[in-house]
Design a protein around this ligand. Structure first.
Ligand code: NAP
Length: 286
C-alpha cells in the first residue's frame, strides 16, 4: 500500500515514520523547512500553500492513503494559508486521485466548558488556532466527505521530548519564567500510542470524526509534576499559574471522550501515569 504523510518532519509525522511498516508498504513523506533525517522513506519537499504542487506531488506518487499532519500556527497568515487553505489543497488532490485522507485536527475546536467531548459535541473554538482547525475540518469535509477527521489532544513523548515537556523542563531549570496552568485540562496523548492508532486507521475505512485522546485527563501542572522526575527534575520547582490571570481566552477543559476509538481500535491510548509505569523505575533527580 502507498501512503503519503504530510509533515514528516513534524513531531507526530516523525513518530509515524519511526513506526512505519516494512514491505510491501511504500512511504512518501513531505518536509517543508526541516531537514528530513530518516532513511528508508522517500522524502519530497512540499509547500501545501501551493495547490498545484500538492496535486502534482500526489499525482506522481498516487497514494492509497494520505495522512495529513502538516500545519502551522506561527501567525494568523500561516493559520489561514497553511492550516486552512493547505488542508483544502490536500483534500482536493485526494479527491481527484481517489485517495483516502486522514486529516489531523485538535481538541481546541471546543470551548472547554462542557467536557468530555464526544464526536457528536458541537464545536465552539475560542482561540485563533481552534477556529482555523475547525475551518480546516469543514473545508476538508466539504471537499471529501469520506475523509477521516482525527481530533487529538496535547501530544507528549520522550525521545525526543515534545514542546510541552520541553517547556516544563525549562521552567524547572529556571531557564524560563512563569509556571504551569493548574486550571487547564487536556487528554494528554502519548505520541507512540497515537502514531500506532493512526497506522491502524490507515487500514480501516472509517469516515468522519474520531477522537483520539489519552485515557487520563490532567492539568498542565499535574502533567509537568508527573514527567519532571523522569527527566531528573524536581517537581517542586514547577510553580502553578492560573489561566484566568491571562488576558487571552483559553479553553478550560477539552477532555476528549474517545469511547468510539476504544471500540474500533486495538491500540490503547494510555494515560500519562500508565505510560510512566510501563517505563519502570524513574531516574533520580541530579
Ligand atoms: N502537537 C500537539 O500537541 C497537537 C495537539 C492536537 C492536534 N495536533 C495536530 O497534529 C498535527 C501534527 O502536529 P505536530 O505537533 O506534529 O506539528 P509540528 O511538529 O509543528 O509539525 C508541523 C509540520 O508541518 C510542516 N509544515 C509547516 N508549514 C508547511 C507548509 N507550508 N507546507 C508543508 N508542510 C508544512 C512542517 O514542516 P517543516 O518542519 O519541515 O517546516 C512540519 O513537518 C497538526 O495537524 C496539529 O494541529 C497537534
Amino acid at each position: 500500500m502507498h501512503v503519503f504523510i504530510t509533515g514528516g518532519t513534524g513531531y507526530l509525522g516523525s513518530a509515524l515514520l519511526r513506526q512505519r511498516p516494512g514491505q510491501p508498504w511504500v512511504l512518501w513523506a513531505s518536509y517543508f523547512s526541516g531537514a528530513p533525517a530518516l532513511p528508508g522513506v522517500e522524502w519530497v519537499r512540499l509547500d501545501i500553500r501551493d495547490a498545484k504542487a500538492v496535486e502534482a506531488t500526489l499525482a506522481r506518487f498516487r497514494p492509497a492513503v494520505v495522512v495529513h499532519t502538516a500545519y502551522s500556527k506561527a501567525d494568523p497568515e500561516a493559520l489561514e494559508a497553511i492550516t486552512v487553505q493547505g488542508s483544502a489543497h490536500v483534500a482536493q488532490a485526494c479527491a481527484r486521485l481517489g485517495a483516502r485522507l486522514i486529516h489531523l485536527s485538535t481538541d481546541q475546536v471546543f470551548d472547554g466548558e462542557r467536557p468530555p467531548y464526544a464526536e457528536s459535541a458541537l464545536p465552539n473554538p475560542i482561540t485563533p488556532y481552534g477556529r482555523a482547525k475547525l475551518q480546516a475540518e469543514r473545508r476538508v469535509q466539504a471537499i471529501l466527505p469520506e475523509a477521516t477527521l482525527v481530533r487529538t489532544s496535547l501530544i507528549w513523548g520522550l525521545n525526543p521530548v515534545d514542546v510541552t515537556s520541553q517547556m516544563v523542563l525549562e521552567i524547572a531549570d529556571g531557564k524560563r519564567a512563569g509556571g504551569l496552568f493548574v486550571d487547564e485540562y487536556r487528554s494528554f496523548v502519548f505520541v507512540e500510542d497515537l502514531a500506532q492508532a493512526l497506522w491502524e486507521l490507515v487500514s480501516l475505512d472509517l469516515q468522519g470524526l474520531l477522537h483520539l485522546g489519552g485515557a487520563e485527563v490532567l492539568s498542565r501542572l499535574e502533567f509537568g509534576r508527573l514527567i519532571a522526575p523522569l527527566h531528573g527534575r524536581d517537581p517542586a520547582r514547577l510553580p502553578a499559574q492560573r489561566r484566568a490571570d491571562f488576558p487571552e481566552p483559553r479553553p478550560a477543559n477539552c477532555a476528549l471522550d474517545s469511547a468510539l476509538a476504544r471500540s474500533l481500535l486495538q491500540t490503547r491510548l494510555r494515560g500519562v501515569r500508565e505510560v510512566l509505569q510501563g517505563l519502570g523505575p524513574i531516574r533520580q533527580q541530579p
